[in-house]
Design a protein around this ligand. Structure first.
Ligand code: ATP
Ligand code: CU1
Length: 817
């Protein structure tokens, strides 16, 4: 049988080749700065009760922001739509909406003359009773036979099952889950923080009473102070007090031909009763119940490590009322656009833009970087961070459920659901292991008495002990606990890892390709040289500034800023166009001008040897040069220089120490690229690359059997990032594109987080290995002890519990890394 959970759930989006925004011949609407993915959310609907569903629609005709605007406007009018996320690169739209309203949305889009094809609906179902891997197996088997179910993704940590299904397959699936004795609940808005419910498994008094009863039964039996039927009665009381639930679950599993721990325990305890071992049966059941409880408790700790971040946002914010007074409001009730006041030292409740005041903010809860960041009018604030010295006022830019922090938490929780390779291995192993041990114990019970004249009682007893040993719980739980702890530890450092796979792959990285602008450098170049190539220097400067002011490319920004500082007024530009990888062009006063790099000048056929010599000298100094030209000749040149981040050098040294080869990929020219590469100590520099060339370079490295990671800013590097084995996005905080497209999002712009991530990946791998060896080793020892008759049943339960706890605590160690 093919199990739908064996798929790799972390497939990267591969952008279609003909996408208009990724190709070099991009239309004017697709300047390099325009985000390919954007998100909105309706403030009011964020905490409304009804169950939500999310659908991914593919809209072929949607390839430019204009169509996005159209659809956005239309869907915003629908009350059923809660949030939408456009991905122009893949031409998909991800909508969160009220359950069952997908067709309504498709119709609304059709009314705009566009066809929306539902890829699949995704529903998050919370199943409180699902907290052991064995239950997951039960559900997988049952649902795999249902039509219309495309994929299942279990997150045992959150007890959430995400079902990808065709629109009408949800109800039958829920019904099937109910038949297994579970109560599925449709999850509301997944981004809303839900207080984790405490795990209650049989009230403690029941456990205590059962424990006392089991102990008394053992005592009475041992001292022979009452007839055997009294012992049996007390033991039965103990078994029923704490074991009914186990029997119920065990029965459901058996009915579905599944041997989970509950089924094994039920058989073992029943078997012990049948051969008259009453006190032992009671003891085993009590120990098992206690073990389950402890294990659930420690799993809660891992489960809450992420939610703990959520606790960072205060519940209230001080909001300005229409009459100008200030009042404390629940953050979930604050609408986008409201103005909020912050006292010094106060935690920030919502994302927003500063409208008044100056202060510093401790952003470490999100970025892991404790150095305070200066904030003044126009700067972005993030929910969960801490205002320090001054008072601030800010305008709310996102609903509480859609803040950067909420999205980070949501992404990490989703990452937990995706199976890491080790976990897939362990799951497959457990699937063979349990039936195998079950068969072995059958053989142990039957073969020696029949063929070797063994004692029936003795061998049946040994077989029952084996059944207890057969429980794979410790093995199965060890992996997710370690991975989740690793993900949480990373999140605390400001590294958002989008799946256990990446955490496992990180340590294998052999090559790291780095983007230059904004990754190695600050991405804020400053104009250093200006030279008119004959003619009117002042008017050329004005023309260049007018063109540059229209672009948000860092090189243009540098030229525009320099002009502004010198008080140069800018002129109107018609037919403005961005030429990706080259520059910009437009018409001023009826004359066409271009402002761009050497490549552009060559393509226009306006380059001369004199210009080339000029360029050569500036570029060797690590400067980037762009030229202003009209239809006939180059008019002026502008050189800008970017500064290296202090952290870049250190990060590269550490990476080299780890044996990783570094390679710089940039759209800038080869000379500048080489100059900067030498400054930071990078192995190799490749310049003059168009976005498609970056992708090709990554592919070439992949073909050479390297494990290639790429780090970039996630906008024009998106295709290369997606193609690399591990794609890192820098400075991801606040940009949806980066969080969406990257495998690993670095919240601030500190390159040293990459070696930190690799180290964490190594530590996680070590702990995974230890756990598997521990779990299997102790089982093997017990297998031997049992068959040779040295182990009792309660010792087996004890060992089983012991290993489970051991691997869980070993996994939780990662939280402290
Ligand atoms: N809008 C623009 N304004 C001015 N120059 C531009 C513009 N777009 C591209 N250029 C020129 O083309 C070169 C390549 O641009 P591209 O955006 O591909 O890479 P980059 O951002 O400079 O570098 P990196 O690839 O490291 O991010 C730039 O260095 C710049 O000289
Ligand atoms: Cu040239």
């Amino acid at each position: 049988m093919t199990n739908c959970c064996d798929h790799d759930h972390t497939q990267k989006p591969t952008p279609p080749k003909d996408s208009c925004c990724a190709s070099d011949a991009a239309p004017a609407c697709c300047d390099s700065g325009s985000a390919l993915i954007s998100q909105i959310s309706e403030p009011g609907a964020a905490h409304a009760g009804p169950a939500l569903e999310s659908s991914t629609l593919r809209i072929e005709q949607m390839c430019c922001p204009t169509e996005e605007g159209l659809i956005r406007g239309k869907l915003q009018q629908l009350r059923e739509v809660h949030a939408m996320q456009f991905n122009l690169l893949n031409r998909t739209l991800h909508v969160e909406h009220q359950a069952g309203t997908a067709t309504l949305i498709v119709k609304a889009i059709a009314s705009l003359g566009m066809q929306a094809q539902p890829l699949a609906a995704e529903t998050r179902v919370r199943i409180e009773q699902m907290d052991c891997p064995t239950e997951e197996r039960l559900i997988t088997d049952k649902l795999a036979r249902q039509p219309g179910i495309e994929a299942l993704q279990f997150n045992l940590m959150q007890r959430v099952l995400t079902i990808r299904h065709s629109p009408d397959a949800l109800e039958p699936a829920l019904q099937a889950i109910r038949e297994l004795g579970f109560t599925p609940q449709l999850e509301g808005d997944g981004s809303q923080p839900v207080a984790p419910e405490p795990t209650e498994k049989g009230l403690p008094w029941q456990l205590i009473a059962a424990g006392v009863a089991a102990f008394v039964a053992e005592l009475v039996h041992f001292t022979d102070s009452a007839p055997e039927w009294v012992v049996a009665l007390i033991a039965l009381g103990a078994i029923l007090t704490c074991g009914l639930d186990v029997y119920k679950k065990g029965w459901i599993a058996l009915k579905n031909f599944n041997l989970n721990i509950n089924a094994l325990m039920s058989i073992a305890v029943t078997g012990a009763v049948l051969i008259g071992q009453w006190p032992e049966a009671a003891m085993v059941m009590v120990l098992f119940a206690i073990a389950e409880r402890i294990e659930a408790k420690s799993l809660d700790r891992a489960r809450n490590a992420i939610r703990g971040l959520m606790a960072l946002t205060p519940e209230q914010a001080t909001v300005r009322q229409p009459d100008g007074s200030w009042q404390a409001r629940e953050v979930t009730q604050v609408a986008i656009g409201s103005v909020v006041r912050l006292r010094p030292g106060e935690r920030i409740g919502l994302d927003g833009l500063v409208t008044e005041g100056n202060s510093t903010v401790d952003q470490s809860p999100i970025t892991g970087e404790s150095l305070p960041v200066e904030k003044s009018v126009g700067d972005t604030l993030f929910a969960g961070t801490i205002n320090q010295s001054g008072a601030l006022e800010y305008q709310v830019s996102a609903a509480a459920s859609n803040s950067a922090l909420s999205r980070i938490i949501k992404a990490v929780e989703e990452a937990q659901g995706a199976r890491a390779p080790t976990q897939r291995f362990v799951d497959r192993f457990a699937r063979i292991y349990t039936p195998l041990v079950f068969l072995l114990s059958l053989a142990v019970a039957v073969v020696p008495p029949l063929l070797m004249n063994g004692d029936w009682f003795q061998w049946v007893y040994r077989a029952l002990v084996l059944l207890v040993v057969a429980c794979p719980c410790a093995l199965v739980i060890s992996t997710p606990v370690s991975i989740v702890s690793g993900l949480a530890a990373a999140a605390r450092k400001g590294i958002l890892v989008k799946g256990g796979v990446h955490l496992e792959n990180g340590r294998h990285i052999t090559h790291l390709a780095l983007d230059k602008t904004g990754t190695l450098t600050h991405g804020k170049p400053v104009q250093t040289d200006y030279k008119a190539l004959g003619g009117d220097a002042d008017s050329y400067r004005k023309l260049a500034a007018s063109l540059a002011a229209r672009s948000d490319h860092p090189v243009s920004l540098a030229v525009a800023n320099a002009a502004q500082e010198q008080g140069i007024a800018i002129e109107d530009v018609q037919n403005f166009e961005a030429l990706p990888g080259r520059g910009v062009r437009g018409v001023i006063d009826g004359q066409r001008y271009q402002l761009g790099n050497h490549r552009l000048l060559e393509e226009l056929g306006l380059c001369t040897p004199e210009i080339e010599a000029e360029l050569d000298e500036l570029e060797r100094g690590g400067k980037t040069v762009i030229l202003l030209s009209d239809e006939r000749r180059a008019l002026a040149l502008f050189a800008v220089a970017d500064t290296l981040k202090d952290s870049s050098r250190e990060a590269i040294v550490t990476l080299h120490g780890m044996g990783i080869k570094t390679l710089m990929l940039t759209g800038d020219n080869q000379h500048t690229a080489q100059a900067i590469a030498t400054q930071v100590g990078i192995d190799e520099a490749r310049g003059d690359l168009l976005p498609a060339d970056k992708l090709a370079t990554v592919e070439k490295l992949l073909a050479q059997k390297g494990v290639v990671a790429m780090v970039g800013d996630g906008i024009n590097d998106a295709p290369a990032l997606a193609r690399a084995n591990v794609g890192f996005a820098m400075a991801a905080i606040g940009t949806d594109t980066a969080i969406e497209t990257a495998d690993v999002a670095i919240m601030d712009d500190d390159l040293r987080k990459i070696p930190a991530f690799i180290r964490l990946s190594q530590q996680t791998a070590a702990i995974l290995k230890q756990n598997i060896v521990l779990a299997l080793g102790i089982k093997a020892v017990f297998l031997g002890l049992t068959v040779s008759g040295h182990a009792t049943m309660w010792m087996a339960v004890f060992a089983d519990v012991g290993v489970s706890l051991l691997v869980v605590f070993n996994g939780l160690r990662l939280l402290r890394k």
